[in-house]
Design a protein around this ligand. Structure first.
Ligand SMILES: [Zn+2]
Length: 340
């Protein structure tokens, strides 16, 4: 875990003074390491290391079971894949989803089986349905002393206010590029590649580590950027064809579409940086891609580049609030500036 020094320092202090609240909302950008940090807290409160300062040691039985996701007292609660929200009642999914609030309510009353604390890690707390969230309030407010709730969300504002108000917020910041590159090198990534990955990651260390292990992920980002450049050079009809392809993908593979738009947004941000003279060394791009970026920086006004990045960001947010995906993507593709 890097770039999270304030959060780490907070955890150290909380453990040392034994002053842990019973519910935390861990917020931060996608892939910044929210779930990893939550699991670190779960390990720290259950670790068998005799010295508090050594917790979590990641080697004792408790730590290892949590790491492997099989500790009986640490439950990851998330939406079942076939559902839209984390709901009140069980969906009939395998039990590991524990995607329902009735289960948490009942289970939270039972003492831990082998650890000191029972931990419920609710990932994507934005996906808590309102009735289920309201049902959870009482347990969240006054849980048994051995229960700890950890919720993760991108923004506090995306979580039901009644839930958010009962949690202390811990905000994780993206890792600075240099630190991320160094950390990747420590993992054995060759230094030029570590720089490239750190630049592409935009602070998302989870993504950077995955991409270091999986060259296909790295390659995929280049393909997405290339698709954007082709769209910017394409006719109106060509853009609409691309928009349709994206909206069709949205229904089966929303994460791929999110990732595509995220790459597009960071491409426009790079254009802005080039215009400001802040990105002279574009380490993560090869010849033709670098040329496209320079050409956009020279031919598109700063205002239009900024609007393009903002429009993509807005579309990403809109897609997650169930707008008509086809319409939203059509409009976006038609709005982006043209590149000759
Ligand atoms: Zn341990």
């Amino acid at each position: 875990m890097i770039g999270h020094e304030p959060a780490e320092a907070w955890l150290r202090r909380a453990l040392r003074t034994d002053r842990l609240a019973h519910a935390y909302l861990i917020t931060g950008p996608r892939s910044v390491g929210k779930r990893t940090f939550a699991l670190e807290i779960a390990q720290a409160v259950n670790c068998l290391a005799p010295e508090v300062d050594d917790r979590p040691d990641r080697t004792c039985q408790q730590c290892r079971l949590i790491e492997r996701g099989v500790h009986p007292d640490v439950r990851v609660v998330k939406r079942a894949p076939e559902r839209r929200m984390i709901a009140m009642r069980a969906s009939g999914s395998p039990r590991e989803y524990a995607d329902n609030v009735e289960f948490i309510q009942a289970d939270a009353q039972l003492r831990p089986v082998m650890g000191r604390r029972k931990v419920y890690l609710i990932v994507y707390a934005e996906e808590l349905a309102e009735d289920a969230g309201n049902r959870l309030l009482k347990t969240l407010e006054e849980p048994p002393p051995f229960v700890l709730f950890l919720l993760t969300a991108i923004e506090r504002g995306g979580v039901l206010p009644t839930i958010a108000s009962r949690c202390q917020e811990l905000r994780l910041q993206p890792a600075p590029r240099g630190q991320l590159a160094t950390a990747l090198e420590d993992l054995g990534v060759e230094s030029e590649r570590a720089l490239q990955l750190a630049a592409l990651a935009g602070g998302r260390q989870g993504w950077a580590v995955n991409a270091a292990r999986d060259p296909a992920l790295f390659e995929q980002q280049r393909v997405f950027a290339q698709q954007l450049v082709e769209a910017l050079r394409g006719s109106r009809v060509d853009r609409l064809v691309r928009a349709r392809a994206l909206s069709e993908r949205w229904y089966g593979h929303p994460d791929t579409v999110r990732e595509t738009l995220r790459v597009w947004m960071s491409w426009w941000r790079d254009v802005l940086l080039v215009q400001l003279g802040l990105l002279n060394r574009i380490v993560h791009l090869e010849g033709s891609e670098r040329d496209a970026l320079r050409s956009a920086a020279a031919n598109v006004s700063h205002g239009s580049a900024r609007e393009a990045a903002a429009a993509i960001q807005q579309t990403l947010a809109d897609l997650d609030t169930n707008v008509n995906a086809r319409l939203a993507l059509d409009l976006l593709l038609l709005r982006l500036p043209a590149l000759r």
